[in-house]
Ligand binder design. Sequence first.
Ligand SMILES: *Cc1c(COP(=O)(O)O)cnc(C)c1O
Length: 391
Amino acid sequence: MNSTEIKALDAQNVMQTYGRFDVAIERGEGAKLYSPEGKEYIDFSSGLGVNSIGYGNKKWVDAITAQAMKVQHLSNLYYSEPYARLASELTKRTGMKNVFFSNAGGEANEGMIKLARKYSFDKYGKNRSTIISLVQSFHGRTITTLAATGQDVFHNYFFPFTEGFKHVAANDITALKAELTMDVCAVMIELIQGEGGVIPLCPDYVKAVAELCAAKDVLLLIDEVQTGIGRTGSLFAFQQFGISPDVVSFAKGIAGGLPMGGIMANEKCSTVLVPGTHATTFGGNPISAAGALEVLNQLDDAALAEVTKKGAYIAETIKSWNKPTVGEIRGKGLMIGLSMKNASPKDVASACVQNGLLILTAGSDALRMLPPLTITYEELGKGLEILKEHL
Ligand SMILES: *Cc1c(COP(=O)(O)O)cnc(C)c1O
Protein backbone atom coordinates (compact mmCIF):
# COMPACT_ATOMS: atom_id res chain seq x y z
CA MET A 1 0.00 0.00 0.00
CA ASN A 2 1.16 3.52 -0.65
CA SER A 3 0.83 6.39 1.84
CA THR A 4 -2.36 7.73 0.27
CA GLU A 5 -4.10 4.35 0.47
CA ILE A 6 -3.06 3.89 4.10
CA LYS A 7 -4.39 7.33 5.07
CA ALA A 8 -7.70 6.64 3.32
CA LEU A 9 -8.13 3.32 5.18
CA ASP A 10 -7.41 5.10 8.47
CA ALA A 11 -9.88 7.89 7.75
CA GLN A 12 -12.65 5.40 6.97
CA ASN A 13 -12.09 2.82 9.69
CA VAL A 14 -10.15 4.20 12.63
CA MET A 15 -11.53 6.44 15.41
CA GLN A 16 -10.04 9.84 14.72
CA THR A 17 -8.51 10.35 18.16
CA TYR A 18 -4.99 11.27 17.03
CA GLY A 19 -3.68 14.46 15.42
CA ARG A 20 -1.31 12.58 13.13
CA PHE A 21 1.41 14.21 11.05
CA ASP A 22 1.04 13.69 7.31
CA VAL A 23 3.46 10.76 7.34
CA ALA A 24 3.13 6.99 6.88
CA ILE A 25 6.00 4.72 7.84
CA GLU A 26 6.83 1.27 6.55
CA ARG A 27 10.19 0.35 8.07
CA GLY A 28 13.27 1.58 9.89
CA GLU A 29 17.02 1.15 10.23
CA GLY A 30 19.09 2.60 13.08
CA ALA A 31 17.48 5.97 13.84
CA LYS A 32 16.02 6.35 10.35
CA LEU A 33 12.49 5.57 9.21
CA TYR A 34 11.18 5.17 5.66
CA SER A 35 7.77 5.78 4.11
CA PRO A 36 6.28 3.23 1.67
CA GLU A 37 7.59 5.50 -1.12
CA GLY A 38 11.11 5.37 0.35
CA LYS A 39 11.22 8.90 1.80
CA GLU A 40 13.76 9.00 4.66
CA TYR A 41 13.07 10.48 8.10
CA ILE A 42 15.58 10.98 10.91
CA ASP A 43 13.76 9.95 14.06
CA PHE A 44 14.04 12.31 17.05
CA SER A 45 10.86 10.80 18.55
CA SER A 46 11.44 7.02 19.01
CA GLY A 47 7.71 6.41 18.84
CA LEU A 48 7.40 8.65 21.90
CA GLY A 49 10.45 7.42 23.75
CA VAL A 50 9.73 3.75 23.07
CA ASN A 51 12.20 2.51 20.44
CA SER A 52 15.12 2.96 22.81
CA ILE A 53 17.65 0.95 20.80
CA GLY A 54 16.48 1.98 17.34
CA TYR A 55 15.21 -0.03 14.37
CA GLY A 56 16.55 -3.28 12.93
CA ASN A 57 18.66 -3.86 16.05
CA LYS A 58 19.95 -7.34 15.18
CA LYS A 59 20.45 -8.70 18.70
CA TRP A 60 17.05 -7.44 19.81
CA VAL A 61 15.33 -8.93 16.75
CA ASP A 62 17.13 -12.24 17.38
CA ALA A 63 16.13 -12.24 21.06
CA ILE A 64 12.42 -11.68 20.44
CA THR A 65 12.39 -14.08 17.47
CA ALA A 66 13.97 -16.84 19.53
CA GLN A 67 11.41 -16.29 22.29
CA ALA A 68 8.52 -16.29 19.78
CA MET A 69 9.72 -19.70 18.57
CA LYS A 70 9.64 -21.04 22.16
CA VAL A 71 6.42 -19.60 23.60
CA GLN A 72 4.72 -16.25 22.95
CA HIS A 73 2.54 -15.87 26.04
CA LEU A 74 1.97 -17.61 29.34
CA SER A 75 -0.61 -16.73 31.92
CA ASN A 76 0.67 -15.59 35.27
CA LEU A 77 -0.53 -18.91 36.69
CA TYR A 78 2.85 -20.32 35.61
CA TYR A 79 6.50 -19.42 36.10
CA SER A 80 8.86 -18.66 33.22
CA GLU A 81 12.40 -17.45 32.82
CA PRO A 82 12.18 -14.19 30.79
CA TYR A 83 10.12 -12.09 33.23
CA ALA A 84 11.95 -13.55 36.24
CA ARG A 85 15.36 -12.70 34.78
CA LEU A 86 14.15 -9.25 33.77
CA ALA A 87 12.89 -8.51 37.28
CA SER A 88 16.24 -9.66 38.65
CA GLU A 89 18.14 -7.33 36.27
CA LEU A 90 15.93 -4.39 37.24
CA THR A 91 16.31 -4.91 40.99
CA LYS A 92 20.05 -5.51 40.67
CA ARG A 93 20.59 -2.29 38.74
CA THR A 94 18.31 -0.05 40.83
CA GLY A 95 18.46 -1.32 44.40
CA MET A 96 14.69 -1.72 44.39
CA LYS A 97 13.30 -4.88 45.99
CA ASN A 98 10.82 -6.36 43.49
CA VAL A 99 8.77 -5.75 40.36
CA PHE A 100 5.20 -6.06 39.02
CA PHE A 101 4.87 -6.16 35.22
CA SER A 102 2.04 -4.52 33.29
CA ASN A 103 1.65 -3.46 29.66
CA ALA A 104 1.90 0.31 29.46
CA GLY A 105 2.55 3.46 31.44
CA GLY A 106 -0.96 4.41 32.49
CA GLU A 107 -1.55 0.88 33.68
CA ALA A 108 1.74 0.89 35.58
CA ASN A 109 0.71 4.11 37.33
CA GLU A 110 -2.66 2.58 38.23
CA GLY A 111 -0.75 -0.20 39.96
CA MET A 112 1.46 2.33 41.74
CA ILE A 113 -1.62 4.21 42.98
CA LYS A 114 -3.28 0.97 44.14
CA LEU A 115 -0.13 -0.05 45.99
CA ALA A 116 0.11 3.32 47.74
CA ARG A 117 -3.51 3.27 48.87
CA LYS A 118 -3.28 -0.31 50.09
CA TYR A 119 -0.05 0.37 51.98
CA SER A 120 -1.80 3.16 53.82
CA PHE A 121 -5.04 1.21 54.30
CA ASP A 122 -3.18 -1.77 55.78
CA LYS A 123 -1.32 0.44 58.24
CA TYR A 124 -3.66 3.35 58.99
CA GLY A 125 -7.13 2.25 57.86
CA LYS A 126 -9.57 4.27 55.76
CA ASN A 127 -9.46 8.03 55.09
CA ARG A 128 -5.76 8.20 54.34
CA SER A 129 -5.91 7.77 50.57
CA THR A 130 -5.20 11.18 49.02
CA ILE A 131 -2.37 11.38 46.53
CA ILE A 132 -0.60 14.65 45.75
CA SER A 133 0.75 15.14 42.25
CA LEU A 134 2.17 18.18 40.52
CA VAL A 135 0.69 20.86 38.33
CA GLN A 136 1.71 20.29 34.69
CA SER A 137 2.30 16.56 35.29
CA PHE A 138 1.13 13.74 33.04
CA HIS A 139 0.39 10.26 34.36
CA GLY A 140 -1.81 8.56 31.76
CA ARG A 141 -5.21 8.32 30.09
CA THR A 142 -7.22 6.02 32.35
CA ILE A 143 -9.91 7.69 34.47
CA THR A 144 -7.69 7.48 37.57
CA THR A 145 -4.42 8.54 35.96
CA LEU A 146 -6.24 11.44 34.30
CA ALA A 147 -7.30 12.49 37.79
CA ALA A 148 -3.66 12.24 38.88
CA THR A 149 -2.55 14.34 35.90
CA GLY A 150 -2.14 17.98 36.97
CA GLN A 151 -3.44 19.68 33.85
CA ASP A 152 -7.02 20.98 33.69
CA VAL A 153 -7.36 20.25 29.96
CA PHE A 154 -7.46 16.55 30.87
CA HIS A 155 -10.25 16.97 33.42
CA ASN A 156 -13.20 17.19 31.08
CA TYR A 157 -15.97 15.05 29.53
CA PHE A 158 -15.36 11.83 31.43
CA PHE A 159 -16.94 12.67 34.79
CA PRO A 160 -16.88 11.43 37.44
CA PHE A 161 -13.11 11.18 37.79
CA THR A 162 -11.51 9.14 40.58
CA GLU A 163 -11.52 11.01 43.87
CA GLY A 164 -8.55 11.65 46.10
CA PHE A 165 -6.04 13.64 44.06
CA LYS A 166 -4.63 17.09 44.82
CA HIS A 167 -2.24 19.04 42.64
CA VAL A 168 0.47 21.41 43.85
CA ALA A 169 2.90 23.60 41.92
CA ALA A 170 6.20 21.92 41.02
CA ASN A 171 9.42 23.11 42.69
CA ASP A 172 7.49 24.80 45.53
CA ILE A 173 8.16 22.97 48.78
CA THR A 174 6.02 25.38 50.84
CA ALA A 175 2.98 24.57 48.68
CA LEU A 176 3.59 20.86 49.18
CA LYS A 177 4.00 21.21 52.95
CA ALA A 178 0.69 23.06 53.16
CA GLU A 179 -1.13 20.22 51.37
CA LEU A 180 0.52 17.34 53.26
CA THR A 181 -2.49 16.82 55.52
CA MET A 182 -3.41 13.72 57.56
CA ASP A 183 -5.38 12.20 54.66
CA VAL A 184 -2.37 12.04 52.30
CA CYS A 185 -0.85 8.63 51.59
CA ALA A 186 1.54 9.45 48.73
CA VAL A 187 3.24 12.06 46.58
CA MET A 188 3.57 11.17 42.91
CA ILE A 189 6.04 13.01 40.65
CA GLU A 190 7.88 12.89 37.35
CA LEU A 191 11.49 14.04 37.82
CA ILE A 192 11.36 15.69 34.42
CA GLN A 193 7.82 16.50 33.37
CA GLY A 194 7.69 15.12 29.84
CA GLU A 195 4.31 15.82 28.27
CA GLY A 196 4.08 18.98 30.38
CA GLY A 197 6.97 20.59 28.49
CA VAL A 198 10.24 18.81 29.47
CA ILE A 199 10.38 20.64 32.78
CA PRO A 200 13.01 19.26 35.18
CA LEU A 201 12.44 19.38 38.92
CA CYS A 202 15.17 21.05 41.01
CA PRO A 203 17.35 18.44 42.76
CA ASP A 204 17.03 20.34 46.07
CA TYR A 205 13.24 20.30 45.77
CA VAL A 206 13.21 16.56 45.02
CA LYS A 207 15.42 15.87 48.06
CA ALA A 208 13.16 17.99 50.26
CA VAL A 209 10.08 16.13 48.96
CA ALA A 210 11.75 12.80 49.74
CA GLU A 211 12.61 13.94 53.29
CA LEU A 212 9.11 15.27 53.95
CA CYS A 213 7.56 12.02 52.70
CA ALA A 214 9.90 9.84 54.76
CA ALA A 215 9.17 11.83 57.93
CA LYS A 216 5.40 11.33 57.54
CA ASP A 217 5.41 7.77 56.15
CA VAL A 218 3.88 9.23 52.97
CA LEU A 219 5.02 7.15 49.98
CA LEU A 220 7.20 8.75 47.33
CA LEU A 221 6.01 7.52 43.92
CA ILE A 222 8.19 8.32 40.92
CA ASP A 223 6.64 8.12 37.45
CA GLU A 224 9.58 7.14 35.25
CA VAL A 225 7.46 6.07 32.30
CA GLN A 226 9.26 8.62 30.11
CA THR A 227 12.47 9.30 32.06
CA GLY A 228 13.33 5.64 32.73
CA ILE A 229 15.38 3.07 30.81
CA GLY A 230 18.43 5.18 30.08
CA ARG A 231 16.59 8.17 28.65
CA THR A 232 18.29 10.70 30.95
CA GLY A 233 21.74 9.07 31.01
CA SER A 234 21.24 6.76 33.99
CA LEU A 235 19.07 3.63 33.90
CA PHE A 236 16.46 5.56 35.92
CA ALA A 237 16.44 9.31 36.47
CA PHE A 238 15.98 8.94 40.25
CA GLN A 239 19.52 7.54 40.40
CA GLN A 240 20.80 11.04 39.55
CA PHE A 241 18.73 12.75 42.24
CA GLY A 242 20.18 11.01 45.32
CA ILE A 243 16.79 9.75 46.53
CA SER A 244 15.37 6.33 47.39
CA PRO A 245 11.79 6.18 46.07
CA ASP A 246 9.18 3.84 47.54
CA VAL A 247 7.74 2.90 44.15
CA VAL A 248 8.89 3.64 40.59
CA SER A 249 6.82 3.12 37.44
CA PHE A 250 8.28 2.48 33.99
CA ALA A 251 7.03 1.61 30.49
CA LYS A 252 7.80 3.31 27.15
CA GLY A 253 11.46 2.37 26.47
CA ILE A 254 11.68 -0.83 28.52
CA ALA A 255 11.15 -3.45 25.82
CA GLY A 256 12.60 -1.56 22.85
CA GLY A 257 9.23 -1.15 21.11
CA LEU A 258 7.11 -4.00 22.47
CA PRO A 259 4.32 -3.21 24.94
CA MET A 260 5.48 -3.51 28.52
CA GLY A 261 5.33 -1.49 31.72
CA GLY A 262 5.61 -2.09 35.40
CA ILE A 263 6.41 -0.88 38.85
CA MET A 264 9.33 -1.50 41.18
CA ALA A 265 8.89 -1.29 44.96
CA ASN A 266 11.41 -0.89 47.74
CA GLU A 267 11.62 -3.29 50.69
CA LYS A 268 8.94 -1.42 52.67
CA CYS A 269 6.43 -1.67 49.82
CA SER A 270 7.43 -5.06 48.45
CA THR A 271 4.71 -7.12 50.15
CA VAL A 272 1.74 -4.73 49.89
CA LEU A 273 0.24 -6.31 46.76
CA VAL A 274 -0.61 -9.92 47.63
CA PRO A 275 -2.48 -12.62 45.63
CA GLY A 276 -5.89 -11.39 44.51
CA THR A 277 -5.13 -7.65 44.84
CA HIS A 278 -3.56 -6.92 41.46
CA ALA A 279 -3.11 -8.75 38.15
CA THR A 280 -3.10 -8.35 34.38
CA THR A 281 -3.44 -10.94 31.62
CA PHE A 282 -0.51 -9.87 29.47
CA GLY A 283 1.79 -8.75 32.30
CA GLY A 284 5.38 -9.98 31.94
CA ASN A 285 4.78 -11.23 28.39
CA PRO A 286 7.73 -13.52 27.43
CA ILE A 287 8.47 -11.82 24.10
CA SER A 288 8.35 -8.34 25.63
CA ALA A 289 10.53 -9.57 28.50
CA ALA A 290 13.06 -11.08 26.09
CA GLY A 291 13.17 -7.75 24.23
CA ALA A 292 13.56 -5.87 27.50
CA LEU A 293 16.44 -8.10 28.61
CA GLU A 294 18.27 -7.24 25.39
CA VAL A 295 17.54 -3.51 25.88
CA LEU A 296 19.03 -3.64 29.39
CA ASN A 297 21.95 -5.66 28.07
CA GLN A 298 22.75 -2.95 25.51
CA LEU A 299 22.24 -0.09 27.97
CA ASP A 300 25.43 -0.75 29.91
CA ASP A 301 27.42 1.99 31.67
CA ALA A 302 29.29 2.93 28.48
CA ALA A 303 26.04 3.30 26.50
CA LEU A 304 24.49 5.38 29.29
CA ALA A 305 27.52 7.68 29.36
CA GLU A 306 27.05 8.13 25.59
CA VAL A 307 23.43 9.22 26.18
CA THR A 308 24.68 12.05 28.38
CA LYS A 309 27.34 13.01 25.82
CA LYS A 310 24.91 13.02 22.91
CA GLY A 311 22.49 15.17 24.89
CA ALA A 312 25.25 17.70 25.58
CA TYR A 313 26.23 17.62 21.90
CA ILE A 314 22.65 18.44 20.85
CA ALA A 315 22.40 21.31 23.35
CA GLU A 316 25.78 22.80 22.37
CA THR A 317 25.02 22.54 18.67
CA ILE A 318 21.66 24.28 19.04
CA LYS A 319 23.17 27.03 21.22
CA SER A 320 25.89 27.66 18.65
CA TRP A 321 23.26 28.64 16.04
CA ASN A 322 22.11 31.64 18.09
CA LYS A 323 18.59 31.33 16.68
CA PRO A 324 16.26 34.07 17.98
CA THR A 325 13.34 31.57 18.10
CA VAL A 326 15.15 29.33 20.61
CA GLY A 327 14.58 30.02 24.30
CA GLU A 328 15.59 27.57 26.99
CA ILE A 329 17.14 24.18 26.32
CA ARG A 330 15.78 21.89 29.06
CA GLY A 331 16.08 18.26 30.12
CA LYS A 332 18.73 15.61 30.66
CA GLY A 333 20.46 13.10 28.40
CA LEU A 334 18.35 12.39 25.32
CA MET A 335 15.18 13.90 26.76
CA ILE A 336 15.43 17.45 25.51
CA GLY A 337 12.95 20.31 25.36
CA LEU A 338 13.50 23.47 23.37
CA SER A 339 11.26 26.35 24.35
CA MET A 340 10.24 28.55 21.43
CA LYS A 341 10.14 32.35 21.37
CA ASN A 342 7.71 33.99 18.94
CA ALA A 343 7.35 30.71 17.06
CA SER A 344 4.81 27.94 17.31
CA PRO A 345 6.39 24.61 18.27
CA LYS A 346 3.63 22.83 16.31
CA ASP A 347 4.45 24.76 13.13
CA VAL A 348 8.18 24.16 13.51
CA ALA A 349 7.59 20.45 14.17
CA SER A 350 5.30 20.16 11.11
CA ALA A 351 7.87 21.86 8.89
CA CYS A 352 10.62 19.54 10.20
CA VAL A 353 8.47 16.45 9.66
CA GLN A 354 7.63 17.53 6.09
CA ASN A 355 11.36 17.83 5.49
CA GLY A 356 12.51 14.53 6.95
CA LEU A 357 12.90 15.01 10.71
CA LEU A 358 10.40 13.42 13.11
CA ILE A 359 10.33 15.71 16.14
CA LEU A 360 7.77 16.17 18.94
CA THR A 361 6.24 19.01 20.90
CA ALA A 362 5.62 19.19 24.66
CA GLY A 363 3.50 21.49 26.80
CA SER A 364 2.47 24.74 25.14
CA ASP A 365 5.87 26.23 24.35
CA ALA A 366 8.38 23.53 23.51
CA LEU A 367 9.78 21.25 20.86
CA ARG A 368 10.77 17.88 22.28
CA MET A 369 13.46 15.41 21.22
CA LEU A 370 13.52 11.76 22.31
CA PRO A 371 15.76 10.07 19.74
CA PRO A 372 16.70 6.39 20.01
CA LEU A 373 19.45 6.15 22.65
CA THR A 374 21.62 4.39 20.06
CA ILE A 375 21.40 7.20 17.49
CA THR A 376 24.75 7.83 15.78
CA TYR A 377 26.44 11.23 15.59
CA GLU A 378 25.96 11.12 11.83
CA GLU A 379 22.20 10.67 12.24
CA LEU A 380 22.13 13.35 14.94
CA GLY A 381 24.01 15.74 12.66
CA LYS A 382 21.62 15.12 9.77
CA GLY A 383 18.58 15.66 12.00
CA LEU A 384 20.01 18.82 13.55
CA GLU A 385 20.67 20.29 10.08
CA ILE A 386 16.97 19.90 9.24
CA LEU A 387 15.97 21.43 12.59
CA LYS A 388 18.30 24.38 12.03
CA GLU A 389 16.64 25.22 8.70
CA HIS A 390 13.18 25.35 10.25
CA LEU A 391 13.81 27.21 13.52
C1 LIG B 1 3.50 8.32 28.34
C2 LIG B 1 3.39 8.54 29.79
C3 LIG B 1 2.40 7.88 30.56
C4 LIG B 1 1.33 7.01 29.91
O1 LIG B 1 1.87 5.86 29.34
P1 LIG B 1 0.97 4.95 28.34
O2 LIG B 1 1.91 3.84 27.97
O3 LIG B 1 0.58 5.82 27.21
O4 LIG B 1 -0.19 4.47 29.12
C5 LIG B 1 2.41 8.06 31.91
N1 LIG B 1 3.34 8.84 32.52
C6 LIG B 1 4.29 9.49 31.82
C7 LIG B 1 5.30 10.32 32.55
C8 LIG B 1 4.35 9.36 30.44
O5 LIG B 1 5.28 10.02 29.74
